[in-house]
Design a protein around this ligand. Structure first.
Ligand code: PA5
Length: 439
């Protein structure tokens, strides 16, 4: 087994990579590494993995141990970059169906990533009468979705278990100095972790933002960081290959990149990846649209479009080497379902043939195919993959000519929402939007 993820881009790069594009990629990498490009005050993630020291690991592990010792559930509250990385890693490593962890540790739940009333109601219903803790994560400390969820669960926890239990089992992860959450944490005496100033939300999974929920869920954050360090120190060729391939395809009119997995546990990794690339590249009316599919499930829904629809797409397949468990397809004497031809094979063998067959079919259908192989879904390889995608995103964004580290477009809906909610300070916008809606 390889001991690293591998990026194989030959199907896409054949005849596509130009010297100009390789030069552009090398220049973009140089811009990133020298900190001379747009958004260079947000490059703290670049050497983050190798800078995490023993003290930081221990602080996170101790905080996780406190939550583990008293809580049946831990609710991780956050949205966007303050949610998706932790969620992606936990989902990738967890048992698919365990309502509780088999080792007796707390189940990690996620709130604050939507404003679904029924979602919040159901979660409150689930934790009612159970001891729970809260990790509240917000860099700005002012984001509405997590703020609402935190207000609800904080009140519930204080009423249910008392203020002392709540203060012991609420951890705030936020900016070092600014924001409502920092003020509240100081006032209430919560344990806190800092999101560094120079690490933006979508690049923050390897800070306490991702590491604390992952540690609480029982996974090995040291192995995760070890994998990330491996990519930080030895992943540049793969980073360049991927950044070049996707930009070459974009320049050829392939405006949509579909990240495809054949492993259900990777669903949320694709959600994290969509935020990373969408928020980093989609600006100045440019940028590849990042989409994702779960195969073979979506071959029975989106498969038709991908095979035969408009030829503006390319596909990046996340291919996993080994599954954690083996399930053998049994022989059946009667064979009414006609499956005996694969009896004795393990399920993943069939999945791998589906994967290969799909890739070949899509290539034949005019969908260029990039392949990223992951030896197995473990902490270490996820760490490699996360850092690889982050660095490739920085390089790719600079090739495209955008600032990959800001997200000005995210504010537009908030302004309207605050105006519609008549938030103090938004009176003019409220009047304007009301007039607009009357037209
Ligand atoms: O990547 C980003 O910056 C965003 O997705 C933010 O993470 C998200 O909006 C949440 O912001 P905050 O952590 O300030 O609550």
């Amino acid at each position: 087994m390889n001991d690293s993820i591998q990026v194989i881009s030959k199907f896409a790069l054949q005849g596509l990579e130009t010297q100009a594009l390789r030069d552009a990629a090398l220049a973009a990498k140089q811009t990133l590494e020298s900190g001379s490009g747009a958004g260079n005050d947000f490059l703290g993630w670049l050497h983050l993995p190798s800078s995490i020291d023993e003290q930081q690991f221990q602080a996170i592990e101790e905080s996780a141990a406190q939550l583990l010792s008293e809580c049946e559930y831990v609710i991780s509250i956050g949205i966007g970059g303050s949610y998706l990385g932790g969620k992606a890693v936990i989902e990738a490593l967890s048992n698919h169906f365990a309502a509780y962890r088999t080792d007796g540790g707390p189940k990690v739940l996620f709130a604050g990533s939507n404003i679904g009333e029924d979602y919040l109601y159901d979660m409150m219903d689930l934790v009612r009468g159970h001891k729970f803790g809260i990790i509240v994560i917000s860099k700005s400390g002012t984001t509405t979705e997590p703020a609402i969820a935190f207000r609800l669960f904080k009140e519930m926890l204080e009423q249910q278990e008392g203020k002392e239990f709540a203060s012991r089992n609420i951890v705030a992860i936020t900016d070092a100095r600014r924001g409502a959450l920092r003020r509240l944490a100081i006032e209430e005496g919560y344990a806190t972790f800092v999101i560094p100033d120079d690490v933006g939300g979508r690049f923050s999974v390897l800070t306490p933002v991702g590491l604390l929920p992952i540690a609480v869920a029982g996974f090995d954050i040291r192995a995760l960081i070890k994998g990330a360090v491996e990519m930080e120190q030895g992943g540049d060729e793969q980073v360049l290959d991927y950044a070049i391939a996707r930009n070459a395809l974009y320049q050829q009119g392939k405006k949509i990149e579909i990240l495809a997995n054949f492993t259900p546990r990777l669903h949320f990794l694709a959600e994290w990846w969509k935020q990373l690339y969408g928020e980093s590249e989609g600006k100045d009316h440019k940028g590849i649209f990042p989409a994702s599919v779960d195969f073979t499930t979506d071959l029975h829904s989106m498969g038709q479009w991908i095979q035969d629809g408009e030829r503006t797409i390319f596909e990046t397949v996340l291919s996993v080497g080994d599954q954690q468990h083996e399930v053998i397809i049994p022989n059946d004497d009667v064979d009414l379902d006609g499956l005996n031809y694969i009896a004795g094979k393990n399920v993943d063998y069939v999945n791998k043939m589906a994967e290969l067959g799909t890739r070949l079919a899509h290539i034949d259908g005019g969908v260029p195919n990039l392949l990223i192989t992951i030896p197995a879904v473990t902490e270490r390889y996820l760490g490699q993959l996360i850092y690889f995608f982050e660095k490739a995103c920085g390089v790719s964004g600079y090739i495209l000519g955008v600032n990959p580290f800001d997200q000005p477009g995210v504010e537009a809906y908030k302004k309207n929402m605050f105006a519609l909610l008549e938030k103090p300070g938004h009176e003019e916008a409220t009047a304007a939007i009301k007039a607009r809606l009357k037209q």
